[in-house]
Design a binder for this molecule. Structure first.
Ligand SMILES: [Mg+2]
Length: 248
């Protein structure tokens, strides 16, 4: 993994965005700082300004774990061309099996977790989020959730997050699938993707077709991203760089 803000990283970035590219971003921890209360997550003012500029000039996508309706209200009125929620599981032609799997998982989890204090299930349609940020005993809540997840009668992928477990039906489209589909829709053969978390690895791993310029917020030895930003606040500098150098 290489530092993006190095002479070599910037040269590679400028060369990549000199031809048509879809600019795709995760939201929490990427465009917006991570906060304890996820309902309070917003972009900083400077980020929002650069992001609006970028959206006005170039094709932009946000691919997030939030539901599409949740994310729509957090983009500061920017003219985002594509917003895909549920870690990518909102794109594709036949989502009915994933709605059904998610419904069955929800019924099972609701009954297993009834009476566990501080745990709530957010139904996002094709996926679920089991939150435990209100639990006074986080460890007990986590254990109860782990037991409940083992009893779910459909195959699911469990993605750990900050005081949340995301529950995604196996086989549902992921962020990499969404990125591929959006590139095809936008008619481009290349995408820049920025993310910070486990589910973003699916998008980092896309390629060689479409070509992906992958950037992770924060260095990680396990990540498949080619470049990293030191900190979330550096997203402003990246957006500014793209706005001023990208092919339009
Ligand atoms: Mg994130």
């Amino acid at each position: 993994m290489k530092r993006l803000f190095s002479p070599e990283g910037l040269r590679a970035l400028d060369a990549f965005v000199a031809s048509p590219v879809l600019f795709a971003f995760d939201f929490d921890g990427t465009l917006a700082p991570l906060v304890d209360d996820r309902d309070a997550a917003v972009m900083r003012r400077d980020t929002a300004r650069w992001f609006c500029d970028l959206c006005a000039r170039l094709p932009v996508a946000v691919i997030t774990g939030r539901s599409a309706s949740d994310i729509a209200g957090r983009l500061g009125g920017a003219a985002v061309r594509y917003a895909v929620g549920n870690h990518g599981a909102e794109c594709g032609d036949d989502l009915a099996p994933f709605f059904e799997a998610s419904r069955r998982a929800r019924a099972s989890l609701s009954s297993s977790l009834a009476g566990v204090r501080g745990v709530s299930i957010e139904d996002k349609g094709t996926t679920l989020s089991v939150h435990y940020r209100d639990a006074t005993n986080a460890r007990a809540a986590r254990d109860a959730i782990a037991r409940a997840l083992r009893a779910v009668p459909v195959p699911v992928r469990v993605i750990p997050g900050k005081r949340v477990r995301s529950v995604v039906p196996v086989g549902a489209p992921h962020k990499g699938d969404a990125l591929r589909l959006l590139c095809a829709r936008a008619g481009v053969g290349a995408a820049l993707f920025v993310g910070d978390d486990v589910t973003d690895e699916d998008a980092f791993a896309v390629g060689p077709s479409p070509r992906v310029f992958s950037v992770r917020v924060g260095p990680s030895r396990r990540s498949r991203a080619a470049y990293f930003l030191e900190a979330q606040a550096d997203i402003d500098r990246l957006l500014a760089r793209i706005v001023t150098t990208a092919h339009t």
